[in-house]
Design a protein around this ligand. Structure first.
Ligand SMILES: *[C@@H]1O[C@H](CO)[C@@H](O)[C@H](O)[C@H]1NC(C)=O
Ligand SMILES: *[C@@H]1O[C@H](CO)[C@@H](O)[C@H](O)[C@H]1NC(C)=O
Ligand SMILES: *[C@@H]1O[C@H](CO)[C@@H](O)[C@H](O)[C@H]1NC(C)=O
Length: 445
């Protein structure tokens, strides 16, 4: 595993000594920063050190502050204090480096509300405005903070679907522990999706023929590195390839291109290599490793940024979040065979194919995680008194409609009394076939 953590670790340690306790952009300029496809590092206006005009030199030297100062954010003072976000766990075994990447927007002060800082020293518990936990790193022996300062939300953060965690973490042990959730689920307290679809302020007038640039032989591509998944997407694909051509890139296939866009590869990832390859194809399979409520990953958003039609298999609200007529939903077909038939028809029809790109005139797509602007919402929420005022029950949508009586959101005590039910049962994960019988039915059609 390649790491470039040293530089960023140094940056963390200079945070406190920097003007107003913020990481100044000048400090960062010399450093080698993580770079993402859409994220050239540039100076935000007015972010250069010493030019904020709000903080005096002397207050910038302040190295410690009391808990009440932190909780009030030092409002009204010449130099507002950042809210401390104490990171309690590692992130899949990685320490601060990965957390800094997740909160890249925050750390580089490119959030509308940037007065927050990440700290890692457990001794700073009392002065923290919030504590973040990555449950995937909380093994049974893991210790929680010994005390619970009042008004300090403990936050459950996960970017993965519950199926990756079910057998690794005893969530029941964590009942009543978390006050807020921070996940891709839309009923989380802080919602961090893997991407965003934005409406263009002025529509483009594209007259492009996407169809004529493609070869009919290159029907579909799939990039995949997990060969056995909860969703059983690989079983679906096994059926699919009986009826159509598919090139498989990555660990589970025979073709290679670039590296996958994964947290660990940020900074070394070169999207161009793979994108050029994928864009030669008509369709791209954006099949999720789990079919769970709201779980749509960067595979899908990334495909939307390219000149290829995504074929999705997942449990997310595609029709709500994706541009109109921008993708093909594999699960809407009776069987893989029916899907293959449809894809081949579209591939042979210039107009039908080009209709899948009309949306590009009206929408743009921003890749979220791990450069999500939505991590900003955490800091904003910590500065908003409304986030702390009762009643603050967060009821799961399933709970509300009574579909799953036992799914419990946050209760009147301000915490999730049954986080397992919220995260696992509330995600209603399933396989693409519901039962052995269902599978036979799909396959023999
Ligand atoms: C968090 O939950 C605990 C346990 O239910 C509760 O005592 C505490 O007041 C809650 N804190 C916040 C900030 O909601
Ligand atoms: C990424 O790959 C493309 C194609 O191989 C190459 O032209 C480009 O220079 C690479 N970019 C970086 C930043 O390495
Ligand atoms: C608060 O927690 C206690 C202990 O778990 C529970 O009995 C009670 O019902 C909870 N109160 C509310 C309002 O949810």
């Amino acid at each position: 595993m390649r790491r470039g953590g040293v530089v960023l670790m140094v940056m963390v340690s200079v945070t406190l000594g920097t003007l107003c306790g913020f990481l100044s952009i000048n400090t960062m300029q010399g450093a080698r920063l993580p770079r993402g496809p859409n994220d050239a590092v540039t100076n935000p206006p007015g972010a250069s050190s010493g030019q904020d005009g709000t903080c005096s030199k002397s207050s910038s030297l302040k190295r410690s502050y009391t808990r009440s100062e932190v909780l009030s954010g030092g409002e009204g003072e010449a130099c507002p204090l950042p809210k401390r976000i104490l990171i309690w766990t590692s992130f899949w075994g990685e320490q601060s480096f990965t957390w800094e990447r997740i909160f890249f927007r925050q750390v580089s002060r490119r959030c509308p509300e940037s007065r927050c800082e990440l700290v890692y020293d457990h001794r700073l518990l009392d002065s923290a405005a919030a504590v973040l936990f990555h449950p995937g790193d909380m093994k049974p022996s893991y210790s929680l903070p010994a005390t619970r300062p009042p008004g300090q939300p403990w936050i459950f953060l996960s970017f993965e679907s519950p199926s990756t965690m079910i057998n690794k973490v005893n969530l029941a042990r964590l009942n009543g522990v978390f006050n807020w959730t921070m996940t891709y689920r839309r009923d989380s307290d802080v919602v961090v999706p893997y991407g965003l679809v934005l409406t263009r302020t002025a529509p483009l007038h594209l007259q492009k023929d996407y169809w004529s640039g493609k070869s009919n032989k290159l029907l579909a591509a799939w990039t995949v590195s997990h060969c056995n998944t909860e969703s059983r997407r690989e079983w679906f694909v096994k059926e699919l390839v009986k009826h159509m051509a598919l090139d498989v890139f990555g660990k589970c296939g025979t073709r290679k291109c670039g590296k996958s866009l994964f947290l660990m590869t940020i900074g070394t990832f070169n999207q161009t290599e793979c994108s050029n390859e994928i864009e030669k194809y008509m369709f791209y399979l954006a099949f999720e490793n789990s079919i769970c409520l709201d779980y749509i990953t960067e595979k899908f958003y990334q495909a939307l940024t390219l000149e290829v039609v995504p074929v999705v298999l997942g449990g997310g609200p595609y029709e709500d979040i994706a541009p109109p007529h921008s993708y093909v939903d594999a699960l809407a077909f009776d069987s893989p065979k029916h899907l293959a038939k449809y894809l081949k028809e579209v591939a042979n029809d210039r107009d039908a194919y080009n209709r899948f790109f009309v949306w590009k005139q009206h929408y743009t797509v921003e890749l979220g995680h791990p450069f999500s602007p939505l991590v900003c919402d955490l800091c904003a929420k910590l500065h908003d008194p409304v986030s702390f005022s009762p009643p603050n029950a967060n009821r799961n949508p399933m709970e509300q409609v009574g579909v799953l009586g036992a799914v419990r959101g946050r209760d009147g005590n301000g915490s999730y009394p049954d986080i397992q039910s919220w995260f696992v049962r509330g995600s209603v994960c399933r396989r693409w076939w519901q039962s052995a019988e269902g599978r036979r039915k799909h396959i023999h059609k």
